[in-house]
Design a binder for this molecule. Structure first.
Ligand SMILES: Cc1cc2nc3c(=O)[nH]c(=O)nc-3n(C[C@H](O)[C@H](O)[C@H](O)COP(=O)(O)OP(=O)(O)OC[C@H]3O[C@@H](n4cnc5c(N)ncnc54)[C@H](O)[C@@H]3O)c2cc1C
Length: 396
């Protein structure tokens, strides 16, 4: 039997953040990870924005950065003039391409430095309940079953999160439209541009996109995400990516050194992400941005929020639903508005024809990103393609 103030399940960015900030506020904290090697195997495009790092108290470090880009380019189906999101225009939304395994290890190291215990190769297998609340987990550790009792449990166990379901948060079921199936090749000998992350929209990746994230000279992550309702069989996603690569000589000549698959949720934020004694963070709480599919930053920030509520709860000796709802409130205030807007945009973009997407990219490539207000976009569409106004009305 082990006793902790806080037990964190899962050592991705969300869990490492929760453990770091809980330990830093003086709580006796344990971070457990089922895999033997934190951050590995990588299942990620490895794109990372910058704007959250101040709040997350992360200093960029060359150890885990493989490329710092100047901007992002968004191409329509005909791949003519892209929308340019340069660092000046897009603020800090544009950022780094990282080595995700090194990044995740570094985040866990920050938790360790703050004083958290860490157990790897230690899956949580069962929820421990006590006095009407979640009070720990049964964990396999060093071949033994350990009951880890904790005043607060933070579940950061990712997209397939089981812990929340075991605890009784049954509502975390996704609509098929809200799941993206991804395939990615890490490729050598390609003609990617080290200064830009590139995104390709349209029927090349139905209701999703293709990405090219540079990892230094001649190397890039070339990946695709497709909404699963658009797939006829499970090989579809890879076929779409292979078809796109074949059409682009600068990538067709490349060689794959790593092959990655994975699922991403692109849903609204879940209504209920807490129970007495339990908070879900990151992907487990469905905090991935529905438009970009990026979730590292949101996971890290939500981990910090969960740790702060854990600290308040322990200080007040109050593990009630009301106390846990403080975390829900913080998450909603931070993410919900943008998340909902992006979810609506994602739903709409997935229905547009290649022709309409081309026109939209054409219009937006002329609008200064600083000016991407409803009025600016409407005016630009009205001037160039007045026939599109009615089709885009709900999106705009
Ligand atoms: C193909 C793909 C590409 C992506 N590309 C990007 C990108 O470019 N940029 C971006 O920002 N995001 C990207 N994402 C999303 C990003 O990876 C996630 O949003 C992010 O990892 C969420 O962090 P997390 O801590 O919530 O969960 P995770 O990083 O998934 O961590 C969860 C951890 O919990 C562990 N775990 C699970 N169950 C248990 C258990 N029972 N006991 C103990 N440990 C357990 C897991 O092993 C895992 O280590 C991508 C995702 C995929 C699949």
């Amino acid at each position: 039997m082990q006793n902790y103030d806080v037990l964190v399940v899962g050592a991705g960015p969300g869990g490492s953040s929760a453990a770091r900030f809980a330990a830093r506020s003086g709580l006796k904290t344990l971070l457990i990870e089922k895999r033997p090697d934190i951050g590995s195997p990588v299942r990620c495009g490895e794109g990372l924005s910058k704007e959250w790092m101040k709040e997350g108290e992360i200093k960029p470090n060359q150890h885990w950065i493989s490329d710092e880009v100047k901007g992002a380019r968004i191409y329509g189906p005909s791949e003519k003039k892209p929308i340019m999101l340069t660092a000046e225009k897009a603020g800090n939304e544009v950022g780094f391409v990282v080595e995700r395994d090194k990044f995740d290890k570094e985040m866990a190291a920050l938790a360790a430095e703050a004083g958290s215990d860490i157990w790897v190769k230690s899956p949580a297998l069962q929820v421990i309940r006590e006095g009407g609340r979640i009070a720990g987990a049964r964990v396999r550790h060093n071949g033994n079953m350990e009951d880890v009792k904790a005043k607060i449990v933070i579940a950061a166990d990712g997209f397939e999160s089981e812990f929340g379901r075991w605890a009784g948060l049954k509502s975390i079921i996704l609509a098929k439209n809200d799941i993206i199936s991804c395939v990615e090749y890490r490729m050598k000998n390609v003609d990617s541009d080290v200064d830009f992350t590139d995104f390709y929209l349209g029927s090349c990746a139905p209701a999703g996109y293709i990405w090219v994230f540079p990892k230094g000279e001649k190397e890039a992550n070339v990946g695709i995400g497709v909404t699963i309702t658009q797939m006829k069989d499970r090989f579809d996603v890879r076929n779409y990516l292979d078809t796109w690569i074949r059409k682009h000589p600068g990538y067709a000549k490349g060689r794959t050194i790593q092959y990655i698959t994975g699922g991403v949720s692109v849903s609204k934020v879940k209504e209920k992400i807490t129970l007495p004694g339990l908070m879900l963070v990151g992907d487990a709480a469905r905090l991935i941005d529905p438009i970009t599919g990026g979730g590292i930053a949101n996971a890290y920030i939500s981990g910090k929020y969960a740790a702060s509520v854990a600290s308040q709860a322990i200080e007040a000796d109050d593990f009630s639903q009301e106390m846990m709802s403080r975390y829900e409130q913080m998450v909603k205030e931070k993410f919900q508005k943008k998340h909902l807007r992006n979810w609506i945009a994602k739903e709409k973009l997935g229905t547009l024809s290649d022709e309409t997407l081309d026109k939209l990219v054409d219009v937006l490539s002329d609008v200064k990103v600083n000016d991407i207000s409803v009025q600016a976009v409407l005016q630009a569409v009205q001037e160039k393609y007045p026939e599109m106004i009615s089709e885009l009305e709900d999106l705009i």
